[in-house]
Ligand binder design. Structure first.
Ligand code: PMV
Length: 308
């Protein structure tokens, strides 16, 4: 049994989403996790995930290991014991790890779907989303839930913490270039730093969050009504607000600037910040030029994706 799940990017609203403001995220189908579950003559559940150097028996992993936790929670939710007969779980991924592209949530989504198929059960997107949110808490502490929602639905989502994500239509497709700084930056830390700054200076941070909320709202309307070209300027504004929140970095500022100079209509960091990815809105004919400019400026990897 095989199942796959896409990566994701946050278009608008990261960090502000932790404080109840809306954010927009879209799936990135160009990068994927694929999980295969096969019967094995050996007893026990063997997990192979070469990308994270994991080759282990389920029994040998701590129960709060993110992959073990998915398997244990899934069978607990189904109300059936973990199969004693042999299973081999192969996890292959083209999603860069710890880069803000949702690799952890994508592994969880694909693993749940593949295991459920194997035991002839099926889950709704909402059930998958809820299960994965529990696992995301192990990875990230107090996540907003945006990653699991966009990846479980594999559709653009307008997300407010604590509410079901709203999927929405894209009036006219648009192209995004994603550039990876190659700098690892744990989201838990940036979220914690923003919280400390917000506690010290809540009125300034609340107004930054309100401005970001406006950008997310305008962006959703523009995407739905087929005017994606206006997103470029909105991205530039969102990036400036993220800089004020101290979550940008020299590398993110440099890559966003390089993308704009190479013809992008706008650019911003995406995700937790300080490292990880930036995104740029481009006319599709400029995608290669912008991607090349990012590589020349030190990006470790680029991905071009069409949002539709
Ligand atoms: O670093 P990512 O792509 O997982 O995104 C984090 C987004 C934040 O808003 C900073 C945190 C959250 O839980 O929403």
């Amino acid at each position: 049994m095989k199942s796959s799940a896409p990566g994701k990017i946050i278009l608008f609203g990261e960090h502000a989403v932790v404080y109840g403001r809306p954010a927009l995220a879209v799936p990135v189908a160009q990068v994927q996790v694929e999980v295969e579950v096969v019967d094995s003559p050996r007893a026990g559940i063997l997990i192979n995930a070469p990308k994270i150097n994991l080759h282990a028996e389920l029994d040998a992993l701590p129960p709060d290991h993110p992959v073990a936790a998915v398997i244990l929670n899934l069978f607990a939710t189904l109300g059936i014991p973990v199969p004693a007969s042999g299973l081999e779980i192969n996890i292959a991924s083209t999603i860069p790890v710890a880069a803000g592209l949702g690799s952890g949530a994508a592994v969880s989504v694909a693993l749940i779907r593949a295991l459920a198929l194997h035991v002839e059960r099926s889950f709704s997107n909402e059930q998958v989303n809820e299960l994965v949110y529990e696992i995301e808490k192990l990875h990230h502490g107090t996540p907003s839930g945006i990653d699991n929602t966009v990846i479980a639905y594999a559709k653009p989502v307008y997300f407010i913490k604590g509410k079901p994500g709203e999927t929405f239509k894209v009036g006219k497709p648009f192209t995004i270039v994603i550039g990876d700084t190659g700098v690892p930056a744990p989201t838990k830390e940036t979220v914690g730093d923003v919280r400390r700054l917000w506690l010290k200076n809540s009125s300034d941070f609340e107004s930054i969050f309100n401005e970001i909320a406006q950008l997310s709202l305008i962006a959703r309307r523009s995407i739905e009504s087929g005017r994606p070209e206006v997103l470029g300027e909105l991205m530039n504004q969102n990036h400036a607000l993220l800089q004020q929140m101290t979550v940008s970095s020299i590398e993110l500022d440099r890559l966003t600037e390089v993308a704009r100079n190479a013809g992008a209509l706008g650019a911003k960091l995406s995700g937790g910040g300080r490292g990880g990815n930036m995104i740029a809105l481009v006319n599709s004919s400029d995608a290669e030029t912008v991607a090349q400019a990012l590589i020349s400026a030190g990006a470790k990897q680029t991905v071009v994706t069409e949002v539709s």
